[in-house]
Design a protein around this ligand. Sequence first.
Ligand code: C2O
Ligand code: CU
Ligand code: CU
Length: 439
Amino acid sequence: TVPGSFIDLVAGPSQQAIFQPDGPASDLWTYNGSAPGPEIRVRRDERVRVRLTNNLEEPTSLHWHGIRIDNAMDGVAGLTQEPIEPGESFEYDFVAPDAGTYWYHAHNKSWNQVARGLYGPLIVDEDEVPFDRAHDLTLVIDDWRLAGEGTLDVASLGSLMDWSHDGRLGNWLTVNGRAMPVNMLNAGEPYRLRLINASNARILEIDPNRFDAKVIAYDGQALPEPVRLTYAPLMVGPAQRVDLLIVPQAGSDFVIEELSGDTPFAFAGFEVRGETADGPGVPSLPVNDLPEPELAGARTVRVEMTGGAMGNIGRVTYNGKVLEGSDFRDTGQVWAFNGIANLPETPLYSAQRGETIVIETVNNTAFVHAMHVHGHHFRVIERSGSEIDVGQPWRDTFLVGPQQTTRIAFVADNPGKWLYHCHMLEHAAGGMNTWFEVT
Ligand code: C2O
Ligand code: CU
Ligand code: CU
């Protein structure tokens, strides 16, 4: 048996420069003093215990995004556990059954707590680790909104504009909490780059072909073969991950750029040193063993997403209802929180354990959404007007475009209460937040 790890995390306020290393420090909320929090790296099937102590002035909880975890450890305040009150601790105790790139983040008023820095990477190693640590780089990317002097714009957190439109979009990207870090790579050697989008709402648009990289995993799940994309850009939505494989050639220094703006924003630099010799072979990633959905006889659940008019505070809803669980109240006061404790009392559906569920998500809004299923990975089986993601990869979060319909399928095999929500965190808080039950 693997002995297991014990990790202490303390959520609390801390100061960190995010604009430039010597720039002014922002008032962040972090795990163990830095955003992102420490990289938690465990072995597949290892027992992990994490004691989270809450030194914030408000309740919190911690979610292990993408892990097929025991429901009681899923960390959703108000649904799977009581919120952890200020001064209290909670011990998470779980086993991660699948290798890959995951992350952890606060799951109580996430739109606020994640925006302030409460997130970190969670890496689950394969039984035989394919890339050694020098060739396995984690890039946690965040999109911050900085105000004048280059500090976190706290005053605009929760603004009506963000809640009713695309969510909170920033103006500054960091990787592992730093602006434009430069990594050194050896020519001719294969590297795994794990990109994690920790933004509240920013969809990162990147083109791996610009630096000759292939995709080897999405949302933690390895592809059978490395894939060279035949389209661009690759959209990496909030909470989504992509693992890239690169074998840099001598003299081919490069940057990774985010392409959604008017001008590309370079957020990570790479310098390639040495001569390209006969490097080691490219290791392959083992594919996780996830239950394959059987579409014949599967139950389809339809979710229609609509957005209210501005007169209705621009709220986004499921099936025409504004669900509680929202931080957003009918008073029209954005800051009148309701907490996350009031999720709808009845689930979107109740599945028998082992049943294949198809969720058909009809996006009748003018915005893109990043839909996330807790506790399960799914396949995208159909998407109107686009083939992206259809067929091959497993995902735990998918993008659905304006007026697009997307069908996903998965085996509901993990008992408990699981969220289905938009990972644009302002949208989730504004009502785009529901749950299903597996019994
Ligand atoms: Cu990344 Cu509900 O979570
Ligand atoms: Cu999740
Ligand atoms: Cu959304």
